[in-house]
Write a protein that binds this ligand. Structure first.
Ligand code: SAM
Length: 319
């Protein structure tokens, strides 16, 4: 693992895979191994840990603790996932019913897919798309290790799906965590990275290209006839990939005809105080609906989360 000074302030986050055991059992497991519930930075021997105050089933440990050799990591009971990367599935809030149909449009390596599956309690159907063949293999391996029962993996480009196909008629929730610059990641786990991070020397052209692709993905998701909730996230701290993408999409034909709007702040991690950048939005009030994480400040990598919801129809139903 590599990183900068800010990485030392980020606890090692471990998500308890509730498909396989409970958080109470995981806490007992760590206590039996000599850890104490005294906080990730508390004890002199780095053996302190805590439950995360914002994300259920997430534990925080000292940054220097490694779990790669831990039996519960190896058998899929523990998933190494940064706190901010747990936000999208929580905000999407997928239904845990037998009828539920949810799409993860950009899945590999699959941490958010397995999180969605756990939140759905293994019920319904979770369609996990990944276009890259090598990353698709990693996805399948990670999901099998996590014992996700309701996931169908699809090695295809999400943009080639036909939203009007009857097999997607029941899709109500879509998670979009597409390729981005990765500029927010300061304690990267290399297997999670898709490409090299940019070096802050501009690369405006590259960011603009990423932003057009990201907007295209959201607009495509908006074409699914029954979709009610779409979460768009990045591990970028650049407004070009975050607020600017959201503000462009809000003006698009797809958003206007949906019609889609941003979910109100109370539906998007209301307890998290760092919100979007008002100056980067056409309507500064929209910033309260957006979530940001700042490396070095928030105990996480840099991250951005937004959530579009279909506006309830105002037309009166015929009786
Ligand atoms: N959500 C993943 C997780 O938490 O483990 C990380 C996703 S990563 C940021 C983006 C992924 O989307 C990459 O694996 C990339 O190959 C894939 N991807 C990019 N464009 C895609 C598309 N049009 N259709 C399907 N997958 C795509």
């Amino acid at each position: 693992q590599v990183g900068d000074a800010r990485a030392a302030q980020i606890p090692r986050y471990v998500r308890v895979n509730t498909c396989l055991w409970t958080t109470q059992a995981a806490i007992a497991y760590f206590v039996a191994k000599g850890f104490t519930l005294s906080g990730p930075f508390d004890s002199s021997n780095n053996r302190g840990f805590a439950e995360d105050p914002h994300i259920p089933n997430l534990l925080q440990f000292h940054p220097q603790i490694s779990f790669q050799e831990d039996a519960a990591y190896k058998d899929g009971r523990l998933i190494l996932q940064d706190k901010a990367s747990c936000f999208p599935a929580i905000v999407l809030d997928p239904p845990a019913t037998d009828e539920a149909t949810v799409i993860d449009a950009t899945s590999a390596p699959g941490n958010k897919t397995s999180h969605l599956s756990a939140l759905m309690k293994g019920k319904g159907t979770l369609l996990a798309f990944e276009r890259d063949r090598k990353r698709f293999s990693t996805l399948k391996m990670m999901l099998s290790k996590a014992t996700c029962k309701n996931v169908t993996t699809i090695n295809a480009d999400f943009l080639t799906t036909d939203p009007s196909d009857s097999k997607y008629a029941q899709v109500t929730h879509i998670l979009l965590d597409p390729s981005c610059s990765g500029s927010g990641i300061v304690n990267r786990l290399d297997y999670l990275l898709e490409s090299e991070q940019d070096d802050d020397t501009g690369q405006e052209d590259r960011l603009n290209k990423l932003a057009s692709f990201q907007a295209m993905m959201i607009k495509h998701a908006m074409k699914f006839p029954n979709v009610q909730r779409i979460v768009y996230s990045t591990c970028s701290i650049h407004a070009i990939e975050d607020e600017h993408v959201v503000r462009e999409v809000l003006k698009s034909d797809e958003a206007l005809s949906g019609p889609f709007r941003l979910a109100p702040a109370e539906q998007v991690l209301p307890q998290w105080t760092r919100r979007g950048l008002p100056d980067e939005m056409d309507d500064p009030d929209h910033a309260s609906s957006l979530v940001r994480c700042l490396p070095g400040e928030d105990g996480t990598n840099g991250f951005f989360v937004s959530c579009f919801i279909r506006k309830a129809s105002t037309s009166k139903r015929k009786i």
